[in-house]
Every structure is written in structure tokens, then in C-alpha cells.
Design a protein around this ligand. Sequence first.
Ligand code: SUG
Length: 459
Amino acid sequence: MTDAFEVNFDGLVGPTHNYSGLSFGNLASTQNKASVSNPKEAALQGLKKMRFLTSLGIKQGVLPPQDRPDIQTLRKLGFSGSDEKVLYQAKKEAPEILSAVWSGSSMWTANAATVTPSSDSADQKVHFTVANLMSKFHRSLEHQTTFRILKTIFADENYFTHHGALPSCETFGDEGAANHTRFCNQYGDPGIHLFVYGRRAFSYAMETTTHPIVFPARQTLEASTAIARLHLIPKERIVFAQQNPAVIDAGAFHNDVVAVGNRDTLFYHEAAYVNSEQVFEKLQYQFQQINSKDLKIIKVGLKDISLSQAVKSYIFNSQLISLQNPKDAMALIAPLECKDNSNVHRFLENLKANTEQPIREIYYLNLRESMKNGGGPACLRFRVILTEEEIKKSNPGVYFTEYLYQRLYEWINKHYRDRLTIDDLVDPALIQESQTALDRLCQILNLASIYPFQQITLT
Ligand code: SUG
């Protein structure tokens, strides 16, 4: 076994973070539509989280935000003239499209891609497939830039393989790592992959009773299967599970709203899956085959926490991380909303006191700006298992240090507004501000020109 680490790449919140109510099925997004956002506070909250995780000994990285507004998309949809005119016309004729092209949604990097570590792939390379995010228009605009960013950071083809997004159609709806969990003993050991899907595309009509009725299921089995194939994961190390339609209808639009795993532990809500018993039997069997020990499964019952409390508090959207000391101890990085809810808070504190399970610490972080759009601690991070050598082969500029913290802190304070409403989304000055900020960010993170606006053609 080669030593490997879990590196959490957090999405830096972009300068146009706003509340546009774009994600039907994500209750927080709908409920907070048209609230006033504070991009500066949002970015600082995220930055503080990165610093905190670094202080716990977790390797941390940063992924840059995408350039918004996506004026090119507005032009593709028939709006023309100067940027100012394009924005104005879109506001008048199609305000939903306007909101979508301004969205800061790339901050939730758990949806950026699915990744397989080199220890699990037949060719011993790290594989990435960027998520097409086709179920929401504003998110479907992310994958091309995400692909460029990941390829720029993990550029060495001897170590990293990048797959483009799956075909953008209902059959292959893919939401990335938010619906994928890897279990292992130590990070460098071989892993078992749990892929969770919301619906089967090809047999949809025959299975209406097993699909959500109120909200859409975003991930398909067909997409998850294609990713497992592309990443060359041995078949005996894969489990596919269907998310319970009832939890999707209760507002759990990704698996990471009802479950979180780390190494040999799964923390999940009893209602999360269809045919749970078979799923866990298979998972245990596969885990035991390679580790000669059991997977630790921490089940939270409906009687302990209702689905509505789980979705509101985002208890399962916590990060479950390994602590340095004592060995094999874990911590839960939970959103502050878990403390606000007395039942959830009591549950977590009792869990911590129970020494038969590995969670020894619970930290409550203030991520309220992101939470108001349905993005908790686990949504904000894209975890990549990397060996020391693979870390060396990737771009050093994106790895978090105290020095990078200071630079990003100053950068946010200099470039971000502390108030944004949907009425501001016609302000051409915000385009300029945002581009200036992102241009500067590329220098700070030592990234090449990753944004379309930087591709200046000289005549
Ligand atoms: O896709 N919200 C995101 C939240 C993503 C959370 N990610 C995970 N669970 N991994 C979404 O629904 C809301 C944007 C708005 O309404 O302005 C939004 O896109």
C-alpha cells in the first residue's frame, strides 16, 4: 500500500453569489429566492472553513469560481448588442435565464466531478469525470470550465486522466461526487465504491412507483454505471444503490443530504435508500473481502431525526474527516444550523459521547450564506485521494497554506461586494469587477488563463 491523503478542494465562493431560487427540489434555494446575498461574507465563511480544516491537519486545496455572468450563453440564446444591452434585454424578456447566467453555483464543488484514486483504477491513474449537471440549466453551464480547471491543476497525463462530461441528456444526468462515496481502510488501500442514483432512465416508464413524485431525481443509474466503466473500477468493488424517492421528495436532492462516509465509516439516515438491507449486505461483503473487517455503519433512525429536520439542519451534509489523534478517530464538520435545532444538536452530542463509534469531535461552522442556497460543508468540498507523488505532480498554487489564506482574505476584501440583489444582475460594472477579481485570482493560485474572457485574440 502506498500512503495517500484525502485532499479537500473547496470551491471559493465567487463575486456574484446570489439567491435566485433556481433549484427546484432544493428547498433552501426555493425558500430564499430573491433574498439579499452577501458575496464577501459568503467567501470569507468558506475561507474560514478551509483554514479550520487545515488546522485539524487535513490537506486542503482551493478551486476557483467560474466567471459569471456567462454572457456567451445569453448570446447563444439570441440576445445581442453590447454586454449592457444583452443583460437588459434578458432581464426584460427572460429574467430566469438572466439569473441562471449569474449564478455562483460552481462553489459547490462536490458536484464538480466524480474522481477515482489511482489505487482503484485498473490503469493506476487518478480518473476524473466532470459532471454534466444537466438537470438544472444554471448548473449545466459549469462543466466546460470545470474541465479546464481540473486539467490545469492535474495536468500530468502520466498520473491523471480527465473524461469530458457524459452526454447532456436525461438518460445520463450526472451530479458528480455528491452521489458517490468511497470506503477503505487507509486512504491508500483499495476502496469500495457506492454510487447512488435517483432514477433509472431506460426503464423509467415501467417503474413509476419507485420514482419521486414531487421533485426531480437528478442522477441516473446509467450515468453512474458509465462513470464506473470509464474509471476502470473492478466490478467487485462497486455497489449501486437507489436513493429512496421519499427522501428526494422531502428535499434531499443529492445523496450527500442523507449520508456521509469516510474510510471505514458510513453515517446515514435510515430512509436514505431503497432496499437498504440488500445494499448494506453487499457493501459489507465487498468491504470484508478486501479488508477482513466490518464497515462501521451508523444509522440514524426516523424516530431520532425526521426527514424534514435532516434536510433543514443538513446534518448529513457534514464532512466526516479523520483526525490525526487518536488514531482512527473522526470528526464531523457540521453546519451551525445543526446547533440551532435542539433535537439535532442533542442527537449529535449524544453520538459524540458514545465511544462505540469513531466520531470523537463535532465542530459547528457558520456557512449560512451557502446554506441559504442548499449548500452545506460537504457540498463545498471536492475530495480527491492523492499519493504524495500525485500531490507533487499537481499545481502547488492551489494547495492551502496560511500565506494563501492571507492573500485570499485580502483579495476577497478588495474585490467583493457585501450586498447583491437580483436587481443588480443588470449592472455592467459587476461584470468588470468580477473579471478583474478572477484575473487576479489566477495569479494568486498560479493558474493559467482558465476563463473564456482571458482568451484575448490579438489582431
Ligand atoms: O445544485 N444550489 C445548488 C446546491 C448544491 C448542493 N450540493 C450538494 N448537495 N452536493 C444546487 O441545487 C441554488 C442557486 C440559486 O437558487 O440561486 C443552487 O444551485
